[in-house]
Design a protein around this ligand. Structure first.
Ligand SMILES: NC(=O)c1ccc[n+]([C@@H]2O[C@H](COP(=O)([O-])OP(=O)(O)OC[C@H]3O[C@@H](n4cnc5c(N)ncnc54)[C@H](O)[C@@H]3O)[C@@H](O)[C@H]2O)c1
Length: 354
């Protein structure tokens, strides 16, 4: 197999907070020529294109997908708005990197996978925790037998209420489970190398609704895997904005021959106190330094690794490590979890053939 030599013409749909992480990552990838951005907010699209020197600006993804220079696309629209552009990208024969969740319905997820197969394009869901150094270490330790059999995982990935109230404008149209759950679900599936059989989930509402954003405050999930493994997931959107990090990630792996504790949010790699300290997003005490960080004019952090990996898969004609089916499996678990919250009983996860 010969790797291609011509840069990959790339477009980004949705140029908000996370779309710009894609943009900055792609700009630092020599295999990519970032040719186009698309956002329904024209002013923002133009501003971002100017800021980063991207030649073409679109306000409709349908129009962008007519451009022959665009060969690969990142979709970074809000959670509820992935399905349509993602499907259009693969139907048009472009390679697709879609933000998590892949789509918020099983039907859309299946359609995207089917269309990518039919057009022979690469499809990857940006579930980047597989590139997180501590999780990779834990995964390796399970793979090489050092930890023995994994029996139980506790996984908390929660945000301060700043996220649904201010960081995103569409909190009401998503939830802590859709926004955060795909990362945890994908990670535990990967660690167990197994599929979720059944889920029991509980949610509560009130705090965020009273503050004007009508979505659940938190979800607590118990996942049972086919081979007996158990995972306990916690996704909250009501942590106090005065906590020292915008998110809280804690994970414990209990295995037959060992235990692993992971804390990527409150690990005190850095503590920063200034006159502005106190709940403001820019002045958090434990700023993130590993997920996404900007160093010497380049986007860095493990969130960029998954994006570079996708590019590398196109360049070398390889299958991405995180495939469409992984996005589908996360969506199936979330759909079952939502059902469980409604009926207050465990729900079997229906896995679809792809
Ligand atoms: N991988 C991660 O850890 C991570 C972290 C944060 C956000 N995300 C994901 O990234 C996605 C975007 O989140 P964000 O925080 O950047 O949101 P955002 O609101 O900042 O940006 C979304 C952008 O999409 C645009 N948009 C909406 N519908 C569109 C359409 N049909 N066509 C073109 N543009 C459209 C909006 O105008 C907006 O500019 C979400 O799915 C979110 O879950 C992932």
């Amino acid at each position: 197999m010969t790797a291609r030599t011509e840069q990959i013409g790339y477009g980004v749909i949705g140029v908000g907070i996370w779309g710009q992480i894609h943009i900055r990552t792609l700009l630092s990838d020599p295999k990519v020529r970032l040719v186009a951005v698309c956002d329904i907010n024209e002013t923002k699209a133009k501003e971002i294109a100017d800021q980063y020197g991207i030649p073409k600006v679109f306000t409709s993804y349908e129009e962008m997908l007519k451009d022959p220079e665009v060969e690969a696309v990142s979709v970074a629209t809000p959670d509820f708005a992935h399905g349509e552009p993602a499907l259009a990208v693969v139907q048009s024969g472009r390679h697709l990197l879609v933000e998590k969740p892949m789509a918020t319905t099983i039907e859309e997820s299946l359609e995207i996978i089917k269309a990518a197969k039919e057009s022979g394009t690469k499809l990857m869901v940006d579930l980047h925790n597989r590139w997180s150094p501590p999780f990779f270490n834990a995964h390796q330790s399970l793979k090489n037998g050092q930890l023995g059999d994994l029996r139980y995982v506790y996984f908390r990935l929660s945000d301060t209420m700043f996220v649904p109230l201010s960081y995103i404008s569409w909190g009401e149209k998503s939830s802590a489970l859709w926004f955060l759950g795909p990362h945890a679900i994908d990670t535990v599936r990967w660690l167990y190398n197994d599929e979720v059989k059944e889920v029991y989930a509980v949610k509560r509402k009130g705090t965020l609704t009273a503050k004007g954003v009508d979505t659940a405050d938190f979800y607590a999930l118990i996942l049972q895997f086919e081979n007996g493994g158990v995972a306990n997931l916690e996704h909250s959107w009501i942590l106090s904005p005065n906590t020292p990090s915008i998110f809280d990630l804690k994970c414990t792996l209990q295995a037959s021959e060992g235990t692993v504790f992971i804390d990527t949010s409150h690990n005190r790699m850095i503590e920063k106190y200034t006159n502005q300290t106190g709940g403001n997003w820019d002045e958090i005490v434990y700023p993130d330094t590993t997920l996404d960080t900007y160093i010497h004019g380049c986007q860095r952090g493990f969130a960029t690794e998954s994006i570079h990996h996708f590019v590398d898969c196109i360049w070398n004609d390889k299958e991405p490590l995180v495939k469409g089916v992984d996005g589908l499996r996360a969506t199936e678990v979330i759909v079952a979890a939502e059902k469980s919250t409604e009926i207050n009983a465990p729900v079997k996860v229906i896995r679809h053939q792809v």
